[in-house]
Design a protein around this ligand. Structure first.
Ligand code: PLP
Length: 427
C-alpha cells in the first residue's frame, strides 16, 4: 500500500512507549483510537516531572503553586495554538467533554425559555445530545432533529437548513462522527446557526486527532475536545468566544475566581494532566516540524507552534487517508463483512480512518474478542453513538465493530487486522 512520504511512521512510533511493548509475544495493534489514543513518552515525562517538581494547588504565594499557575497557563496557550483560539482566556479545562458540556448546557439553559428551539443531530455522540435534551426538559424547549442518510453516511444538511429558524437558539453538531468517521461541514452549520441568531456548539472530540481546527475561521461559539483522544491525558477542553464566557451565568462556588476562564473551572483541575496536555501539543508540533510543510511564518513563539501544528495535522490527515483507503478496500473484499458510512474511496477527505462494520453470523462482541486474542484492539457496541446505532437498526444487536486508526498505525498493522477479520469471517 502507498504510504505518505511526508510522515515517517517508524520515527513517530518510537515516540510512543506503548507501541514498543510486546504483550504475550506479539506487538499489540491499537485500533481502538476513537476511544482513546496512546501517549508519547514526553507526555508521561511531563506529568511525572510536574508531580515531582510542582505538585500543589494553584494561586498560592509559594514556588510550587507559582509553577502550577504556569503549568495551567502553558496548557491554555498550547490549546489556543492547537485550536487557533484568540488567546488562553478562551480555553476552559475540565474533567472531560461530557462534564464540560453538561456544565455549559446548564448555564446556557438559564438564558432560554419555553418555545425556544434547539437543533440536534442523530449523528452525534450522546455527550452532544443528552446534555441538550436535559436542558430542553428543564426549560421546556422544543427539540428539532437532523437525520443522516444511512446509505451515504452523510448528514442531511438540507433538513438542517429547514429546521433552523427564527426560534432556534442553539445548534449542536459533531465535527466528525465517532462511529461513522464522517466529517461534517461544520463551517456551514455555524453559518446557518448564526444567520438565525443561534449559538453553534461543535463537538470536535473525534475530529481533533485527525485534522486541523481553526475556531476563528469556523466562528463557532463553542468547540469541545478531549486530550486523551489526541495523544494526551484524560482532560477535557472547551473553547468559547470570550463574550459567552463573560456573559453566561456560571454555576460556581463563591470563593472561586470570577475572572474568565477560571469562573468556569469547577474545583481543582488535573494539574499533572494539564502538564501532559501541553506536552501532547508539543509532540504534535514536533510532527509538524519533522514531517509537515515548512513554516514560513516569521513570528516567534506560539505563532510558530500554531503553524507547526497546522502542518502536523495536515501531514497526519494525508497519511491517514491512505489508512482509510486500505481499511475500506480491504474490508470490502472480505465476504460477509458489511461496513457502514462513507465507503467510496473517492471521498476519503470526507471521513476519518474510523470504520464500523459487521460480520454476518457473528456478534460485534465476538469479533472484538476474537481480534483481542490476536493482540488487535477494537471497539464493539455503540460507543455512546446511540442515535447512530438506532438509525442503523443495530442498537438491539450489540451495535457494530469499530476499527479506528491514528497516524501511528502502519499499513502492516492494517494487513494484520484484515487477515484476522478474514479468518473470523471464514470460521
Ligand atoms: C465524538 C465524541 N464526543 C464526545 C465524547 C465524550 O468525550 P469525553 O469522554 O471526553 O466525555 C466522545 C468520546 O468518545 C466522542 O467520541
Amino acid at each position: 500500500m502507498p504510504t505518505n512520504p511526508m510522515l515517517d511512521v517508524t520515527a513517530v512510533r518510537r515516540k510512543f512507549p506503548a507501541l514498543m511493548q510486546v504483550v504475550s509475544s506479539t506487538r499489540p495493534v491499537y485500533l481502538d483510537n476513537p476511544g482513546g489514543t496512546q501517549v508519547p513518552g514526553s507526555v508521561i515525562e511531563a506529568m511525572k516531572d510536574y508531580l515531582i517538581t510542582a505538585n500543589s494547588n494553584h494561586m498560592g504565594a509559594f514556588l510550587t503553586s507559582r509553577l502550577t499557575d504556569q503549568t495551567i497557563l502553558d496548557a491554555r496557550v498550547a490549546m489556543a495554538d492547537l485550536l487557533n483560539a484568540p488567546g488562553p482566556q478562551n480555553i476552559v479545562f475540565g474533567h472531560n467533554m461530557t462534564t464540560l458540556t453538561l456544565h455549559f448546557s446548564r448555564s446556557i439553559g438559564l438564558t432560554l425559555s419555553r418555545g425556544d428551539e434547539i437543533v440536534l443531530t442523530r449523528m452525534d455522540h450522546d455527550a452532544n445530545i443528552s446534555p441538550w435534551l436535559l436542558m430542553a426538559r428543564d426549560h421546556d424547549l422544543t427539540v428539532r432533529w437532523v437525520d443522516w442518510d444511512t446509505e451515504t453516511g452523510r448528514l442531511n444538511m438540507a433538513q438542517m437548513a429547514d429546521l433552523i429558524g427564527s426560534k432556534t437558539k442553539l445548534v449542536a453538531c459533531t465535527y466528525a462522527s465517532n462511529a461513522l468517521g464522517t466529517i461534517n461541514d461544520v463551517a456551514k452549520v455555524v453559518e446557518m446557526a448564526h444567520t438565525a441568531g443561534a449559538l453553534a456548539y461543535i463537538d470536535a472530540v473525534h475530529y481533533a486527532p485527525h485534522g486541523p481546527i481553526d475556531v476563528q475561521a469556523l466562528d463557532c461559539d463553542f468547540l469541545v475536545c478531549s486530550a486523551y483522544k489526541f495523544f494526551g491525558p484524560h482532560v477535557g477542553v472547551l473553547y468559547a468566544q470570550r463574550e459567552h464566557l463573560e456573559s453566561l451565568p456560571a454555576y460556581k462556588v463563591r470563593p472561586a475566581p470570577d475572572a474568565i476562564p477560571e469562573r468556569w473551572e469547577t474545583g481543582t483541575q488535573n494539574h499533572e494532566g494539564l502538564a501532559g496536555v501541553r506536552a501532547a501539543i508539543d509532540y504534535l508540533a514536533w510532527v509538524g516540524e519533522q514531517f509537515g510543510e515548512p513554516c514560513t511564518t516569521p513570528a516567534e513563539g506560539h505563532h510558530e507552534r500554531r503553524c507547526r501544528l497546522k502542518a502536523a495535522m495536515s501531514a497526519m490527515q494525508d497519511y491517514e487517508r491512505g489508512l482509510s483507503k486500505h481499511l475500506l478496500e480491504g474490508l470490502s473484499e472480505i465476504g460477509k463483512v458489511t461496513p457502514a458510512g462513507i465507503t467510496d474511496i473517492d471521498y476519503l477527505e470526507e471521513r476519518t480512518p474510523t470504520v464500523v462494520f459487521n460480520i454476518e453470523g457473528k456478534t460485534p462482541l465476538q469479533v472484538a474478542a476474537e481480534l483481542d486474542k490476536a493482540g488487535i484492539y477494537v471497539w464493539d457496541g455503540n460507543y455512546y453513538a446511540l442515535e447512530v446505532m438506532q438509525a442503523l437498526g443495530r442498537e438491539e444487536h450489540g451495535g457494530m465493530v469499530r476499527v479506528g486508526a491514528a497516524h501511528y498505525n502502519t499499513h502492516d498493522e492494517i494487513d494484520r487486522f484484515l487477515d484476522e477479520v478474514r479468518k473470523i469471517a471464514r470460521a
